[in-house]
Design a protein around this ligand. Structure first.
Ligand SMILES: Nc1ncnc2c1ncn2[C@@H]1O[C@H](COP(=O)(O)OP(=O)(O)O)[C@@H](O)[C@H]1O
Ligand SMILES: [Mg+2]
Length: 347
């Protein structure tokens, strides 16, 4: 990777962004990742986004899967007229200019675009510009759909928030990949945090290569960082403490699958010193596949399907999003189906 650039520094003058103290809009950003491919990241990004819009929020969905963009397919966009590609190649100055409307007024889309295959390794500067623009989009919620794997782009986009969503399925392989993804994110965060601290960088590298390990647990690394520099040790501890990713279990077929989640969360806490919040499950449901074929989100295609009901529950109970229009509470999340049914007429 090329030179490290501080994410927090002032924006470049070549953008039209004005970032003054206190003027940054209060936008909640939820990156959606998962380690493994096919766990349902895009499906859930699309549907959580639709659900948030039905709850009365302004929502923007960003397709951040630079190698395999397909989020637009849920919105019946076969060949999007504008996409992230033109923003990344600087043809378009502002990310706002590539926003696409959907039939739901408060839900907008930024497509990935197929020309992005070659951009799977973005330069750090291009990534920094994209992150900065995402952070200042005019929305209550910005959901960013990410690709599989642990490419730097994916780890950096996931780090847009400390509360990103990890989508996992019940297969052991998916858990292994989700675990690896969280671990890689933590290492990436630590390396970035101490990018200018040669001594600590070396401690991290040695630990990562296994040679410097006392135990396999990340708390041992934090201890070693603390021995090298007590302040850096406290910073590393804070970094791990403030990282609270969420876990969403998708394609659940048995009760047992949900029980196994808690063992996974304990493992992540024990070995990576990361506390994850479990936000709920979505059952395996034919209705998702059927909606997919019709290029529509299941929430609108089949508002009463079990997968749709699970998504309402995740939104209102797991993620604790309240209905902005005060029509119902988390206890009657099912009423969102009625709202979805009405909205589906516009699609
Ligand atoms: N809960 C579910 N039940 C049934 N099929 C699902 C479910 N979630 C996702 N799928 C299907 O799994 C496939 C992969 O989903 P997708 O969202 O594209 O995954 P990813 O973005 O993680 O690669 C799609 O065909 C999708 O329709
Ligand atoms: Mg996807």
């Amino acid at each position: 990777m090329s030179a490290q650039v501080d994410l927090e520094r002032e924006p470049d003058s070549d953008t039209d962004l004005i970032l003054l103290d206190g003027q940054v809009p209060a936008t909640t950003i939820w990156p959606v990742a998962g380690g493994k491919g096919g766990t349902g990241k895009s499906t859930l990004t699309a549907n959580l986004g639709v659900g948030l819009a039905l709850l009365g929020y302004k929502v923007i969905l960003v397709d951040g899967d630079l190698g395999g963009a397909d989020l637009h397919l849920f919105f019946n966009q076969i060949s999007p007229p504008r996409s992230l590609g033109s923003f990344l190649t600087s043809e378009t100055r502002s990310l706002r200019d590539v926003l696409l409307p959907t039939p739901t007024e408060n839900l907008k889309l930024i497509c990935g675009g197929n020309e992005l295959v070659g951009a799977a390794n973005l330069s750090y500067l291009a990534k920094e510009r994209l992150i900065r623009h995402i952070q200042t989009l005019d929305a209550d919620y910005v959901l960013v759909d990410l690709g599989a794997g642990s490419a730097y782009n994916t780890l950096d986009f996931f780090s847009l928030s400390n509360q990103g969503i990890v989508v996992c399925t019940p297969e052991p392989q998916a858990r292994v990949d989700a675990y690896g993804f969280i671990k890689n994110t933590v290492y990436r965060k630590l390396r970035r945090r101490f990018a200018r601290h040669e001594g600590i960088k070396e401690v991290i590298n040695q630990f990562a290569k296994q040679s410097g390990r006392r135990t396999g647990r990340l708390c041992a690394l934090v201890e070693m960082i603390g021995e090298a520099d007590p302040q850096a040790g406290r910073d590393a501890e804070d970094l791990l403490h403030s990282f609270r990713p969420r876990l969403l279990l998708n394609r659940v077929r048995r009760r047992r699958h949900v029980d196994e989640v808690h063992r996974f969360l304990d493992l992540v806490q024990e070995y990576l010193s990361v506390k994850m919040d479990y936000i709920g499950y979505v059952r395996s449901d034919e209705a998702i596949l059927e909606a997919c074929e019709r290029r529509r989100p299941v929430l609108l295609e089949s508002p009463k399907a079990s997968a749709s009901r699970d998504i309402y529950t995740i939104l209102m109970k797991g993620l604790r999003v309240s209905d902005r229009l005060h029509r119902f509470t988390a206890e009657d999340a099912g009423k969102l189906a009625q709202v979805a049914k009405t909205e589906a007429r516009f699609w």
